[in-house]
Write a protein that binds this ligand. Structure first.
Ligand code: ADP
Ligand code: MG
Length: 255
């Protein structure tokens, strides 16, 4: 663990869309350096929860805090700069090389700015080189090293989707929000991505909040699991506790 990660505290978050309560007083804590899974059927409110944490959706009530810092209602770029990075469900890059995409992920950290970079001011040149080294490291860590200078469009789907995870990591986040990181992947690609999540958590010491439908993956990776159904928190505990929970069985299996 290279850095000190504060806990992410979400308290009583409610989100209302016209006629629909997408989240109803949901609370959870992502403890430092842990993997916390957020699961639930389609429409349960998982992506909306991520949108609240990343500043894309304003909660009607409730708070989000990273350690002592209140993130509630901050703009997305402020939240990202404070160390909370995310991936999106159903978004996979098609443009540029792996390196290009990861450099974009560094954008929020570029102090000298792109104008200075274009003018090749010495500091900007140095920063650009540092960014490229960091990005190279992250590509290696996420199993994309061999593809570094290849167009993402030429990569197998699993690697292309993992570029999103790598891009979020380029912000050097303290908390990483992954929205269905293995959706659409085959078994081999899923296993590879699971290894990557285990590796980044061990090497970087960051916390992960993971939305995923693959229960095998959730059970293997998560320290804690929170279950949503129709915007309500219906269960929370260890993977084993949650798997045996009657309300979870009902929500998933309709029993
Ligand atoms: P999940 O990610 O768990 O599948 P979502 O958070 O995407 O669920 O959606 C939760 C509920 O909120 C769904 O009923 C969805 O249709 C609704 N919803 C999501 N975003 C919006 C929006 N911007 N406007 C209106 N309703 C929305
Ligand atoms: Mg979703």
């Amino acid at each position: 663990a290279a850095q000190t990660v504060p806990p992410l505290h979400v308290r009583d978050v409610t989100v209302r869309f016209a006629g629909l309560t997408a989240l109803d007083e949901v609370s959870l804590t992502v403890a430092p350096g842990t993997v916390h899974a957020l699961i639930g059927p389609n429409g349960a409110g998982k992506s909306t929860f991520f949108n609240v944490l990343s500043g894309l959706c304003r909660p009607s009530s409730g708070t989000v805090r990273l350690g002592g810092t209140d993130l509630t209602r901050l703009a997305p770029h402020r939240i990202a700069a404070l160390g909370v990075a995310r991936t999106f469900q159903n978004i996979v890059t098609t443009e540029g090389t792996v390196a290009d995409n990861l450099m974009l992920g560094r954008h929020a950290l570029t102090r000298a700015g792109f104008a200075a970079g274009a003018l090749r001011l010495p500091r900007a040149v140095r920063e650009q080189r540092e960014h490229r080294e960091k990005v190279r490291e992250i590509a290696e860590l996420t199993g994309l090293g061999a593809h570094f200078d290849r167009p993402v469009a030429s990569l197998p789907y699993g690697d292309r989707k993992r570029v999103e995870l790598a891009r979020a990591l380029c912000l050097e986040p303290r908390v990483l929000l992954l929205d269905e990181p293995v959706a659409g992947m085959n078994a081999g690609e899923r296993a590879r991505t699971a290894e990557v999540v285990t590796e980044i958590r061990a090497r970087l010491g960051l916390s992960v909040l993971l939305v995923e439908h693959d229960m095998g993956l959730v059970m293997r990776l998560a320290d804690e699991v929170t279950v949503l159904d129709f915007g309500r928190l219906i269960a929370h505990g260890t993977p084993a506790e949650v798997r045996a929970h009657p309300e979870v069985l009902r929500a998933y299996l309709g029993t």
